[in-house]
Design a protein around this ligand. Structure first.
Ligand code: DP6
Length: 332
């Protein structure tokens, strides 16, 4: 590994209490704090090489060069890193997501967390966890939660310094499983970037934000006390509140497919039957079904029998973003 090269891995995360809407969009200071769980199976691996041989930044994602908008977002992050480190070389960025492409799973959280860590290390910076989290936040809000490990809270804060994520419990603290029901024929969703901008056009957003601290408190305590019933209630409520805001924005957005609703109904029925499971949905049609470890096989099995569910992925709580060495070039 040369001085100007580093490779990092970061896991994706699922929000249990959602981030939706910004109080300051240029700095990505969110309207409310959020809580998430890192997803062990789903990660981005990213290598950054600063070199004098380039006259612009380059970004290869899953083996292919990306379009201008994605490259610009990467370039902006690299510029912040160059500024902090006093390095004036362009960079070559190669990144691969290990989760199936086209499954409609957001990769910006894991992608920007891995890029933040790899770029800062390649530039010679030794940033602490909260500084890395703040830097990742400027590129993608949810990415700041993929820097620390396990169960993570992003405190909204009020400025760049105070808005970052930290771990509230280790991955080993609670054996929860996220069974992700991939809904087939998913339309390409409107990006969450566009969604955040519209959040304040919904008359429901002020009520969602005003009640957020209460939900955060319940969720935090449910995690710390491993109280699944309390977690299930608040996670579903929070997801429904976010989608209520989404569906009442101007112009209105709609992320669900018919099968999304089918899974939601099935999960609430199963819970009534005594299965410890609850649903939560991000800005897309796929349903994350959170359950206790010992029930995961049965739940994944049931989910795969629902028509419209093309695949079920499962993930344990994941660790923090970290540097890896000796990655074979062929792996990018
Ligand atoms: C619905 O972090 O993807 O997944 O900051 O514009 O990159 P940007 O948005 P992003 O938004 C995530 C929205 C969400 C909820 C959440 O993860 O908290």
């Amino acid at each position: 590994m040369s001085n100007w090269m580093a490779t990092a891995i970061a896991f994706s995360n699922i929000a249990l209490i959602k981030y939706w809407g910004n109080y300051d969009s240029s700095l990505r200071i969110p309207s409310n704090s959020s809580i998430s769980m890192n997803l062990d199976g789903l990660y981005s691996r990213t290598r950054v090489t600063f070199t004098t041989e380039r006259d612009m930044d380059g970004f290869i994602l899953n083996g292919l060069p990306v379009g201008d908008a994605a490259l610009q977002r990467v370039h902006n992050l690299l510029d912040r890193v160059r500024q902090l480190a006093g390095v004036w070389m362009y960079a070559e960025v190669e990144s691969r997501n290990n989760f199936p492409t086209g499954a409609g799973l957001a990769s910006s959280a894991s992608g920007f967390a891995a890029l933040t860590l790899a770029a800062s290390r390649a530039a010679g910076l030794e940033l602490g966890e909260s500084d890395l989290s703040r830097l990742a936040r400027l590129s993608s809000g949810s990415a700041c939660r993929s820097i620390p490990g396990g169960f993570v809270e992003w405190q909204a804060g009020e400025d760049d310094k105070s808005s970052y994520a930290f771990s509230i419990a280790s991955p080993e603290h609670w054996e929860l499983i996220d069974c992700i029901a991939i809904v087939s024929q998913a339309h390409k969703p409107i990006s969450s970037f566009e969604g955040h901008v519209l959040a304040d056009t919904s008359p429901l957003q002020p009520a969602r934000v005003a009640d957020a601290n209460r939900r955060l408190e319940i969720c935090r305590r449910a995690i710390l006390e491993r109280d699944f019933d309390a977690l299930a209630q608040v996670v579903e409520l929070d997801s429904n509140l976010m989608h209520a805001v989404i569906m009442t924005s101007t112009p209105l957005l709609q992320y669900w497919q018919p099968a999304t609703l089918e899974v939601m109904r099935a999960v609430t029925d199963w819970r009534r039957e005594g299965f410890p499971a609850c649903y939560t949905i991000d800005a897309g049609p796929n349903v994350h079904v959170i359950c206790l470890h010992s029930w995961a096989n049965q739940i994944a099995d049931r989910l795969s029998q629902i028509s419209g569910v093309s695949e079920v992925l499962t993930a344990h709580p994941g660790g923090s973003a970290h540097i890896v060495s000796d990655v074979d070039a062929a792996d990018f």
